[in-house]
Design a protein around this ligand. Structure first.
Ligand code: SAM
Length: 253
């Protein structure tokens, strides 16, 4: 097993470069419960380390215990294909179907932490992908509305979430740039694909006091994770959180 990290440039590529496998035998179709739990604990340790390593950028040297607990409870292996079972608990982004990715656990934890999730919150996710981020949010907030532009991914994520018994998540196929006005306003919004700018409809659909976290591409290949906050009076502020790399937000506009 060999895992190479690229410390500060790590978050520019938003993933670990991995050669070989870790956690389970490469042949194992699915880990046992015990193996999965143990691998998840190792994953949490890697998330803690990434959090410390990036604290100078993010301003957060630790993430909330609630978020870490939720990360430790979700069986990430249930959201990746058979060919990725041996890598399911690495702290790295992994390929899923349709040329898309499941995000790096550290990035999932960080984005979740940055919306300050509370049990009575209603959250919008743009970019359902595998369904993993929605599953992490499931134990932290009241309801999640998640939009995915690729119908096949909405279907596979829906199947995985149902099989795992998550019952506070509503999925829709569509262009998340427009948000989901029927269920707005949202306490938190997480966008998991890089947008060319912050979509105005998402800012409009944020509650006063709400928080939006989104990767934005500057058009020259660099992306920045940005936190948008709306105060009680409706005033909107933005701040850079971390250089990252996400798949692009697609759709017509
Ligand atoms: N949150 C996902 C997870 O936990 O697996 C990871 C998502 S992946 C990094 C980004 C996803 O955003 C892809 O599935 C992609 O199809 C989706 N996407 C891209 N543009 C979109 C758009 N305009 N509206 C909704 N989803 C979009």
């Amino acid at each position: 097993m060999q895992v190479r990290t690229c410390s500060l440039t790590l978050w520019l590529c938003a993933c670990l470069m991995v050669t070989g496998s870790m956690g389970f035998s490469a042949q194992a179709a699915e880990p046992t419960d015990d193996a999965s739990r143990e691998a998840r604990m190792d994953m949490l340790e890697a998330v803690r380390q990434s959090t410390r390593d990036t604290a100078d950028y993010t301003g957060r040297g630790t993430l909330s215990e609630r978020v870490m607990q939720a990360m430790g409870e979700v069986p990430r292996h249930a959201f990746v294909g058979e060919d990725m079972q041996s890598r399911a608990y690495l702290n790295t982004a992994l390929p899923i179907t349709h040329g898309q990715t499941i995000s790096q656990p550290f990035i999932v934890a960080l984005m979740t932490d940055f919306i300050d999730p509370e049990p009575d919150h209603v959250v919008l996710e743009v970019g359902t992908g595998s369904g993993y981020q929605a599953a992490v949010l499931s134990g932290l907030v009241k309801h999640i509305y998640s939009i995915e532009i690729i119908p096949g991914l909405t279907e596979s994520a829906g199947r995985a979430l149902e099989q795992q018994g998550y019952d506070n998540i509503t999925l829709m196929t569509g262009d998340g740039y427009a948000g989901w006005p029927e269920h707005a306003p949202f306490d938190g919004i997480i966008v998991t694909a890089a947008a060319p700018h912050i979509p105005p409809p998402l800012v409009e659909q944020l509650k006063p006091g709400g928080r939006l976290i989104i990767p934005v591409d500057n058009g020259y290949g660099a992306q920045q994770l940005i936190l948008v906050t709306k105060d009680a009076g409706g005033k909107v502020k933005e701040r850079d959180v971390l250089p990252v790399r996400f798949v692009p937000l697609t759709g017509e506009r």
